[in-house]
Design a protein around this ligand. Structure first.
Ligand code: FES
Ligand SMILES: [Fe+2]
Length: 394
């Protein structure tokens, strides 16, 4: 594996089949997601001994657990008996053991070892418990954010993966001072890369989002490559946008005081401003389906700061959604208005990526020129995909 350099010219590298082919999608699971790092939860989610968070890490249901020595461990959330998912997605405490609900096989939180099972002598004579621990994954943290890799010994260890980014103080604030809003899951009918590329496309911000984000224009933004990750900053004057209070962005040479976005390769990201902090994962569900899992924390507003103009903010307005398991679920089909009338930049993005996906199947559709200012990020992202999932020789 060779991390590609930051490109000067923008160019479409992936053939369009990579955005809908089920064969390519399976290769991505095998060659990319089975060995990549993904945002799983926050340290606050698993603060006390036995606290766990059960999350879907791409195709792998996994558990992050706080062990007795205060460290974090990640296990695959599949029982070694008959494979049942042990915990439903969500949080809880399993201080007394990780117990499968099906036949009560019980695992230790500290190392995942199988501690016991009912009727062992009768049903499993001669069985050695030590042979049946939960499968382990790996854990790494940046500040309060916990990332998980499905491999026990990842090909790329966490320190290599985060590159020059420091493990702490990457954000303008600590999550401890912020209050979390209700998480949102956006159900999106597009390939996960179409969504990621849109998130890294700096060219569209002033046009698709002319009523919501209103920019910044391409000349008012910059990005840098940190290992395989894309880090973006907006600058320039626009009083309607939140700043990030950054003098210099940790781990990069960039400076600016506008919102900062990290897109952690391949499919996690963070958006940091002075007043809110979001962390998200784009979970691939099928070749043409993904969902965006978004968590947002709000900072207390400084006393001297004026309230924001209504309708200019992001992703958290109350448009057509259903509530389930403490989450809001949003899909374009449930909206009570056209997506472009929702005045919500996240819904505008969701609409446009679905429009892009629909056109992919037309024999006439072929990606044209990409913008050398604003879309080199797509070339970088695609070069990283190809480094992990190379095009097969013709
Ligand atoms: S499947 Fe878990 S105990 Fe049987
Ligand atoms: Fe957008």
């Amino acid at each position: 594996m060779t991390v590609p350099p930051k490109p000067n010219k923008a160019r479409q590298l992936l053939p369009k089949q990579c955005y809908y082919s089920s064969t390519w999608f399976e290769r991505e699971h095998r060659e990319l997601f089975s060995r990549s790092w993904t945002f799983a939860c926050t340290a606050q989610d698993v603060l006390h001994v036995g606290d766990y968070k059960a999350v879907q890490i791409n195709r792998y249901p996994m558990i992050v657990v706080r062990t007795r020595d205060g460290s974090l461990r990640a296990y695959h959330n599949t029982c070694r008996h008959r494979g049942t998912q042990i915990f439903e997605e969500g949080a809880g405490n399993c201080r007394h053991g990780i117990v499968c609900p099906y036949h009560a096989w019980t695992y230790n939180i500290d190392d995942g070892s199988l501690r016991g099972l009912p009727k062992k002598d009768l049903c499993f004579a001669g069985m050695n418990l030590a042979d049946w621990p939960l499968h382990s994954g790996s854990v790494g943290t940046i500040g309060d954010l916990v990332f998980v890799n499905p491999m026990a010994q990842p090909d790329e260890d966490f320190d290599t993966w985060i590159g020059s980014m420091p493990r702490t103080h990457m954000w303008p604030h600590s999550l401890e001072g912020l209050s979390e809003k209700r998480p949102i899951r956006y159900d999106i009918h597009c390939n996960w890369k179409v969504f990621c590329e849109n998130a890294m496309d700096g060219y569209h911000l002033s046009y698709l989002h002319d009523k919501t984000l209103m920019g910044p224009d391409v000349e008012d933004q910059d990005w840098d490559a940190v290992h395989r990750h894309w880090v973006s900053i907006g600058f320039g004057e626009n009083p309607s946008r939140e700043n990030s209070h950054y003098a210099t962005i940790p781990g990069t040479a960039m400076s600016g005081r506008r919102p900062v976005v990290w897109q952690f390769f391949p499919n996690s990201g963070v958006l940091a401003t002075s007043i809110f902090f979001s962390a998200y994962v784009i979970v691939p569900v099928g070749p043409e389906r993904c969902y965006l899992e978004l968590r947002t924390w709000m900072a207390p507003r400084p006393k001297d700061e004026k309230p924001k103009e209504e309708g200019r903010r992001s992703g958290t307005s109350g448009h057509g959604h259903i509530m389930k398991d403490g989450r809001r679920y949003i899909s374009i089909d449930e909206l009570g208005c056209h997506a472009m009338e929702a005045l919500d930049f996240q819904i505008e993005d969701m609409w446009v990526v679905e429009q892009q996906q629909k056109a992919l199947h037309s024999p006439m559709m072929k990606t044209g020129e990409l913008a050398d200012y604003g879309e080199t990020s797509l070339t970088f992202f695609q070069a990283n995909i190809l480094d992990m999932v190379p095009l097969e020789a013709p």
